[in-house]
Ligand binder design. Structure first.
Ligand SMILES: CCCCCCCC/C=C\CCCCCCCC(=O)O[C@H]1CC[C@@]2(C)C(=CC[C@H]3[C@@H]4CC[C@H]([C@H](C)CCCC(C)C)[C@@]4(C)CC[C@@H]32)C1
Ligand SMILES: CCc1cc(Oc2ccnc(N(Cc3cccc(OC(F)(F)C(F)F)c3)C[C@@H](O)C(F)(F)F)n2)ccc1Cl
Length: 480
């Protein structure tokens, strides 16, 4: 049936509560960075003090000299925000305090002394995730600091009592305002750099050459009690042309919340990727005659049998080539049994000659349906064939195969396809896809017990993960 959303969703990413516990360990590093990046402007002022007359003071060159964070929690608030609570951020600020007062008879005192301000702060950041132009935006304006310590220490001799009073009454108030303003601003900046960084990395992940997936959001990320999830178009872009959006069949009950991370892919997205691979001439494979011969021997087929000798026109294998290619874009349909791939394939046997261009000795076409079960282990994609059907379509021979009947040739070709053709395509595709995914850095992630589950019309990747240190290092580099 028609989905309720305005724009169709091709891909959904769900991040569950268990994942936020892993990420929590890293939020403290981001908060620490926010404190370090914040700038602390001078605090200047003057007050009329009892008996002292007009007093002027200024805190200059305020810098962080020490920063530690005790603990933090991340909590998901349904239909609202990701609440991050951080306890006991203890920060020591250093700087120079200049103060002076104009005594009664032109007595001017001007002092300059180094100070330390020792603080202990709790932070509460309630991050709302919004969608702005198809990208995740983090709104952390709901940002509170509470101080349970703010003490001034002056270097050198005992400080004058009135200064202590001035600090307690006034300067500390200004200090709190500045800290809240500056630190919360930096947190918002960092949050949005992070969201942007993930969006960019994700787009790179799902692009290869002219083939890409448009992963813009179709709505704001949804935050529920046990998970947050983002909905993406999943539209194919090929040579910068976007294709149309397939009808979406997603609903939240299709995914669980026991694993840390879920990716839901409509099989229309997978079909469009197959179509792009076909248009990009990637779905072809050429074997040398010797490789082909070795494969036949591997499967225990007699390489001297008449039919082969006639097909190869009695020339030796090493002077030949076998080319396998897809005639149309393969159609991908996900079922509970596995991923069904429907394709029409042509196999061409070419003879190479010293003095002239290769000639096609033999060719045949077949409609092949395969059912594949995919898994990902030891950072490798594994494709297992669980069922197949071969419909012979036609064959063409350059020379007449006098001793063979049509049926015996058809039977031979079916056996050849089943025992050699399909396995060689799969054993070519596995490392090719693994290399592609690892070239995007998938192998850098610490993915734990990933599962690839297919069901009616969609494919789900579900997994746990160890925090991707490399991702955080990468990110923290971008925010020197
Ligand atoms: C079978 C063929 C299928 C087709 C091809 C498939 C290709 C893909 C295959 C597998 C995909 C695996 C990808 C790698 C998984 C790695 C695990 C992994 O590490 O995933 C985590 C990456 C970081 C993140 C995105 C995440 C969780 C939460 C996110 C955070 C929520 C709020 C954060 C905001 C910026 C607000 C910050 C607040 C501030 C700190 C005060 C936000 C969005 C930052 C990013 C994280 C999951
Ligand atoms: C590469 C994973 C992926 C990202 C997609 O697009 C986006 C775009 C923006 N944010 C997200 N989030 C999900 C997510 C989870 C895990 C990793 C990840 O990206 C990455 F970190 F691995 C990067 F390096 F590629 C992205 C985050 C989004 O769900 C949220 F949380 F912001 F709402 N996904 C779409 C499909 C796939 Cl397979």
């Amino acid at each position: 049936g028609h989905s309720t959303s305005f724009t169709q969703t091709g891909i959904v990413c769900r991040i569950t509560r268990p994942a936020t516990l892993v990420l929590n360990q890293e939020t403290t590093k981001v908060i620490q960075r926010a404190f370090q990046r914040a700038t602390y402007p001078d605090i200047k002022g003057e007050k009329i003090m009892f008996l002292l007359g007009k007093v002027s003071y200024g805190l200059h060159n305020i810098q962080i000299s020490n920063l530690s964070i005790a603990s933090s929690q991340v909590d998901l608030k349904k239909d609202k925000s990701i609440d991050i609570a951080i306890q006991n951020v203890s920060v020591i600020f250093k700087g120079t305090l200049q103060y002076g007062y104009h005594g009664g008879w032109l007595l001017r005192v001007q002092q300059s002394v180094d100070f330390e301000i020792d603080t202990s702060i709790n932070l509460q950041i309630n991050t709302r995730l919004t969608c702005d132009g198809g990208r995740v935006q983090a709104d952390t304006s709901d940002c509170y600091l509470s101080f349970h310590k703010l003490a001034l220490h002056l270097h050198g001799e005992k400080q004058p009592g009135w200064l202590e009073q001035l600090f307690t009454d006034f300067i500390s108030f200004t200090m709190k305002l500045i800290l809240k303003g500056q630190v919360c601003k930096e947190i918002n900046v960092l949050a949005n750099i992070m969201a942007d960084f993930v969006q960019k990395k994700a787009a790179l992940f799902l692009t290869d050459g002219d083939i890409g997936l448009d992963i813009s959001l179709t709505r704001a990320p949804a935050i529920k009690d046990n998970y947050l999830e983002s909905h993406h178009k999943g539209v194919l872009t090929y040579k910068n042309q976007s294709s149309i959006l397939p009808d979406s069949t997603y609903n939240p009950s299709l995914l669980g919340d026991s694993r840390m991370l879920y990716f839901w892919f409509s099989d229309k997205v997978l079909s469009s990727l197959a179509k792009a691979a076909f248009l990009d001439k990637r779905l072809m494979l050429t074997l040398t005659g010797d490789e082909f011969k070795a494969l036949l021997q591997d499967k225990g087929l007699d390489t001297n049998q008449d039919i082969l000798r006639e097909i190869f026109q009695h020339s030796s294998f090493s002077d030949s080539q076998v080319e396998v290619r897809s005639l149309t874009a393969p159609q991908i349909i996900c079922q509970p049994e596995g991923t069904t791939v429907k394709s029409s394939v042509s196999v061409e046997i070419r003879l190479l000659h010293q003095d002239r261009a290769p000639t096609v000795a033999f060719s045949f076409e077949e409609d092949i349906v395969t059912v594949i079960q995919a898994s990902y282990e030891d950072k490798k994609l594994i494709l297992d064939l669980s069922d197949f059907q071969i419909h012979h379509k036609s064959f063409h021979s350059a020379s007449t195969l006098c001793k063979q009947s049509q049926e015996s040739i058809q039977e031979f070709l079916k056996t050849l396809t089943a025992m050699v053709g399909i396995p060689v395509v799969i054993s070519w595709l596995e490392p090719a896809l693994t290399t592609l995914l690892n070239s995007k850095g998938l192998d850098l992630f610490d993915i734990i017990n990933p599962e690839i589950i297919t069901n009616k019309g969609y494919l789900v990747l579900q997994m746990d993960f160890g925090f991707p240190q490399h991702l955080l290092e990468d990110f923290l580099q971008t925010i020197i």
